[in-house]
Design a protein around this ligand. Structure first.
Ligand code: HEC
Ligand code: HEC
Length: 234
């Protein structure tokens, strides 16, 4: 009897150990495959020089920023979010017709297996040093016509100078925003619009001192844009 239970126990612990070794280790993947380009532990760049040298967006506040489901999907099938990469100054050429992206200098992003993507997303979501900024935001969904949203975004606040609101419509230096509602937490969007520099002291995005009602409008507009584009393309 004793013999059997020993053998059983040994068998079970062997299974447990091998199982653990097989499960993807998000932390190890991040350190090994991602840390060369992404800041995983903060702080954000403090000088323009550091921004210039940044090889990818900061991930140390990922848990305050992304929707986890999106992360898991994107890490398996990454698509371009910043039309001219990070940093755009290195990938935009001025031509007589206006700015053009030099796509030959843009690299595709590394893709992960499903298991690794799940483990990495789990780990990233545990990084949320800016809960204080998020706690200041309240989002109240409401009905907003596309026209009203576009007026605020484009005409009054000039956001379109830097952001795409359709695949080929808008500015090229910032991240595309027609997918923002699927990528980002609403409160993060509100907080970033309120004060880009609270997140990234040297962000190129200007603080436009947007009023609270306009912040609500812009977030609602971006949420609506993403819902509209849910045609399975991205
Ligand atoms: C060679 C540099 C490089 C490596 C290595 C790299 N990335 Fe990236 N990553 C980038 C760049 C550049 C972008 C911006 C892409 C864009 O905007 O189209 C990016 C974007 C991202 C984004 C979206 C960020 C956002 O806010 O838009 C996530 C999430 C991400 N990377 C995670 C990872 C993970 C996880 C790894 C490791 C498995 C990794 N990256 C490895 C350069 C890199
Ligand atoms: C001068 C260019 C510029 C203008 C004007 C601008 N932005 Fe930005 N915006 C940026 C850049 C650059 C980033 C951050 C890039 C990064 O994280 O790589 C950003 C980030 C954002 C983000 C977070 C997106 C993300 O993927 O992390 C939102 C939301 C946003 N902007 C909305 C707006 C709104 C709304 C306006 C108008 C009030 C606006 N922006 C005006 C350049 C600009």
């Amino acid at each position: 009897m004793k013999m059997i239970s020993h053998t059983l126990l040994a068998g079970i612990s062997f299974l447990l150990i091998t199982n653990q070794a097989l499960a993807a280790d998000g932390q190890a993947i991040l350190e090994k495959q991602c840390a060369t380009c992404h800041n995983l532990n903060g702080p954000a760049p403090q000088t323009v020089q550091e921004i210039w040298n940044r090889q990818g967006p900061d991930l140390f506040y990922a848990g305050n920023k992304y929707l986890q489901l999106w992360l898991v999907e994107w890490l398996q099938k990454p698509y371009r979010i910043r039309p001219a990469g990070e940093f755009y100054g290195l990938h935009i050429r001025s031509t007589p017709k206006g700015d053009e992206i030099d796509t030959s200098t843009l690299q595709p992003h590394v893709a992960l297996s499903r298991e690794d993507a799940v483990a990495v997303a789990d780990n990233l979501m545990q990084r949320h040093p800016h809960d204080d900024l998020i706690a200041r935001e309240t989002i109240t969904p409401f009905n907003l016509s596309k026209q009203m949203g576009e007026m605020a975004f484009d005409k009054f606040l000039g956001c379109m100078a830097c952001h795409l609101i359709e695949p080929d419509y808008g500015g090229l230096s910032g991240p595309e925003l027609y997918t923002a509602g699927r990528r980002l937490q609403a409160k993060y969007m509100a907080s970033y619009i309120r004060s880009p520099q609270a997140w990234d002291p040297k962000s190129w995005m200007p603080n436009k001192h947007v009023s609270d009602p306009n912040i609500q409008k812009l977030v609602q507009y971006l949420e609506n844009l993403s819902a509209e584009k849910s045609d399975g393309k991205k």
